[in-house]
Design a protein around this ligand. Structure first.
Ligand code: GLC
Ligand code: CA
Length: 535
C-alpha cells in the first residue's frame, strides 16, 4: 500500500501571534503567514499547523473560542484563511488547524444560553452540578468547578474558569462539533491538531481521582487523572471522528494527549486505536520532559516505538507553545541542540518542528509585568508561564527584527539579531542551514522516514547507536551525549559488517570510512552508511 502523507511528514508549527505581523499592531496575523510562504518552502516542510485562530476573547490565547467558524479579527478574516489555504496548497504545503473540542470560551453563545436555566435548549451542552461532586482540579490552578450565579449551579472547567468543558455525553454537542470539523474540511483544511483530546469524556458519575503523594507545583498534578481523562468512551468518539475525516481525501488527525510527566507513551499510543482506527498520529512528549542523557533518551524513544508498534506511526516532537524551548532547556548549548535534532530527524514516522526551532532560538525573557499567559500570572516566579516559548520570530537583525513595525506583543529573545533568518542564511554552519540539510536528507532518503530501527548496545553509557534499514540500505546513527570524546568499538557488537562511510555529521568533519571503531567528538552525532556489496 502506498504510504499516506501523514505517515512521514514534517509539520512546522506556527504560533500565529508571533510569526509575522503585517499591520503594525505587534501581533502576527494570517497575511503574515502568507507573506512568509516562500520561507516555509525553503525549509522543505510538508505541512504547517497553526495554533487556534478562531474568534476568542484570548483568556487562553485562542484556546477559548466564541465562534469556531470564523477568524478572530486580530488574525484576519475568513477570506484570509481561504487565501492562506490556497497559497499553501499551491506550494504543496498542507495546513493543519488546531481544534479545541474539550471546552469553549465562557463567552460562547452556547454557554451564555446554557447558564440561563436548567431547561433551556443548551442546558446540557456543558457539565453542571448542584454541588461540587469531586476533587477535580483545573489544570491552571483552582478547583475544576466554579459556581455560576445565574444558573445557581457549578460548571466544570478542566482549564481556566473562562473555559467551560463541553458535555460530550450529549449527542447534540457531538453533532455540533462534528459539523464544525466538516465546515473546515469543506474549506480545504488538511487536518486537525486536537487539543487535549483525551479529556473530552468524563466519568459518568464524577468519581474523585486518586491522590498522589509527594509535592508538585500544581494541585492538578497531585492526582491520577483516571476519571477526568482517558475514559473508555473517548475511543468511540475518536473512531467516529476518524470515520468522518477519512471520508475526505488525505486528511489527518493528530491528538494532544495529556499525560503524567515525564510521559506515558503507551497511553498516547492507545489513542491510535487497536485497529488503527482512531487518531492518525498522537503526541508523546516524553523526550521533551526527559533529561538530555544517552541512556534516558534511548529508553524513552524505544518505549514510544514499542508502544506504537510497527504497523502504526510514531510522531516526534521536542518543542511546542507550552514548553520552554529546547535550546533554553539545554542552557544555550547549540551543539547539544544539534545532536537532539539529529536524533529527532532520524526517527521513523512524522516530525513536528516549532517555529524558531530551526534558528536555535532560545526563550524570551518576560518580566512579570509583561506576562500574558494565565499560567505565568498564576505560578510566577516558580513557573514563568508559557510566554517565553512564544516569543516573536526573528527575520532580520534590523529594528523590529522583521517581525513588526509596531511594538511586539512579547519581548524578542535576548541577542535576537544573532538568530535572524537573514543572518543565518549567510552562514553555512548556522543552525538554519543545519536543519535544512537534515530535512533535505530525510526527504531524499526514505530510509530515515520508513526504515526499521534497532538500537545497538555500545557498552558506553554516553552514547546511543541505532541501525536503520530499508530496501537493502543501511544507516548507523551514532550520538555522543557527553562533552568528551567517546569511542565506540563495534568489535563485539552484533552489527552488519563492512565499510561504513560518513554520510552526515552534526559537526564539521572530514570524510571518513570506518569498519569497527568510531570516535565521536563532544556532543557529536554522525550518520554512517554501509557500502553495499555490489559497489
Ligand atoms: C493544550 C494547549 C494549551 C492550552 C490547553 C487548554 O494543552 O496546548 O496551550 O492552554 O490545551 O486548551
Ligand atoms: Ca497584526
Amino acid at each position: 500500500m502506498a504510504t499516506a502523507w501523514w505517515e512521514e511528514c514534517i509539520v512546522y508549527q506556527i504560533y500565529p501571534r508571533s510569526f509575522q505581523d503585517t499591520n503594525g499592531d505587534g501581533i502576527g496575523d494570517l497575511q503574515g503567514i502568507i507573506k512568509r510562504m516562500d520561507y516555509l518552502v525553503s525549509l522543505g516542510i510538508d505541512a504547517i499547523w497553526l495554533n487556534p485562530i478562531y474568534c476568542s476573547p484570548m483568556a487562553d490565547f485562542g484556546y477559548d473560542i466564541t465562534d469556531y467558524q470564523n477568524i478572530d479579527p486580530i488574525f484576519g478574516t475568513l477570506e484570509d484563511s481561504d487565501q492562506l489555504l490556497r497559497e499553501a496548497h499551491k506550494r504543496n504545503i498542507r495546513v493543519i488547524f488546531d481544534m479545541v473540542l474539550n471546552h469553549t470560551s465562557i463567552e460562547h453563545p452556547w454557554f451564555q444560553e446554557s447558564r440561563l436555566s436548567k431547561d433551556n435548549a443548551k442546558a446540557d451542552y456543558y457539565i453542571w452540578s448542584d454541588t461540587i461532586p469531586n476533587n477535580w482540579q483545573g489544570a491552571f490552578g483552582k478547583k475544576a468547578w466554579t459556581y455560576d450565579d445565574v444558573r445557581k449551579q457549578y460548571y466544570l472547567h478542566s482549564f481556566l474558569e473562562e473555559q467551560p468543558d463541553l458535555n460530550w455525553r450529549n449527542q447534540e454537542v457531538v453533532d455540533a462539533m462534528f459539523s464544525i470539523l466538516r465546515f473546515w474540511l469543506d474549506r480545504g483544511v488538511d487536518g486537525f491538531r486536537l487539543d487535549v483530546i483525551n479529556c473530552i469524556v468524563k466519568d459518568k458519575t464524577f468519581r474523585s481521582n486518586p491522590k498522589i503523594v509527594g509535592s508538585r507545583l500544581r494541585p492538578y498534578d497531585m492526582q491520577r487523572h483516571i476519571f477526568d481523562r482517558n475514559r473508555p468512551g473517548t475511543h468511540q468518539k475518536l473512531r467516529m471522528m476518524r470515520h468522518l475525516v477519512d471520508s475526505y481525501q488525505d486528511r489527518m488527525l493528530v491528538g494532544e494527549i495529556l499525560a503524567e510527566i515525564p510521559g506515558e507513551p503507551e497511553l498516547a499510543a492507545s489513542f491510535l486505536g487497536r485497529n488503527w482506527d482512531e487518531l492518525h498520529l498522537s503526541f508523546d512528549f516524553s523526550l521533551a520532559y526527559t533529561r538530555f542523557n544517552a541512556v534516558k533518551w534511548q529508553r524513552s524513544a524505544k518505549r514510544w516505538c514499542e508502544a506504537v508498534g510497527k504497523n502504526r506511526v510514531p510522531s516526534w516532537v521536542l518543542n511546542n507553545h507550552d514548553i520552554s524551548r529546547l535550546v533554553s532547556r539545554l542552557k544555550g548549548n547549540i551543539a547539544k541542540a544539534k545532536l537532539a535534532s539529529l536524533f529527532l530527524l532520524t526517527q521513523r514516522g512524522s516530525i513536528f518542528l516549532y517555529y524558531g526551532e530551526e534558528l536555535g532560538l532560545p526563550d524570551s525573557k518576560v518580566p512579570w509585568k509583561s506576562i500574558h499567559d494565565p499560567v505565568g500570572k498564576r505560578y510566577w516566579p516558580v513557573h514563568p508561564g508559557r510566554d517565553p516559548a512564544r516569543g516573536p520570530m526573528i527575520w532580520t537583525d534590523e529594528e523590529g527584527y522583521g517581525f513588526s513595525d509596531g511594538n511586539s506583543w512579547l519581548p524578542f529573545a535576548p541577542d535576537a539579531g544573532a538568530y535572524a533568518v537573514a543572518v543565518q542564511e549567510q552562514d553555512v554552519s548556522s543552525m538554519l542551514n543545519y536543519y535544512r540539510a537534515l530535512i533535505t536528507m530525510r526527504k531524499e532518503e526514505p530510509i530515515y522516514r520508513r526504515g526499521t530501527c534497532a538500537y545497538l548496545n555500545t557498552n558506553n553509557k554516553h552514547t546511543v547507536c541505532y541501525l536503520r534499514e530499508y530496501d537493502n540500505e543501511k544507516r548507523m546513527i551514532l550520538l555522543n551525549f557527553s562533552g568528551r570524546n567517546q569511542n565506540i568499538s563495534m568489535r563485539d557488537m552484533e552489527h552488519p559488517k563492512g565499510e561504513w562511510t560518513l554520510r552526515f555529521s552534526s559537526q564539521r568533519m572530514l570524510s571518513d570510512t570506518k569498519t569497527e571503531s568510531f570516535v565521536l567528538q563532544p556532543w557529536q552525532g554522525c550518520i554512517y552508511s554501509l557500502k553495499s556489496k555490489s559497489s
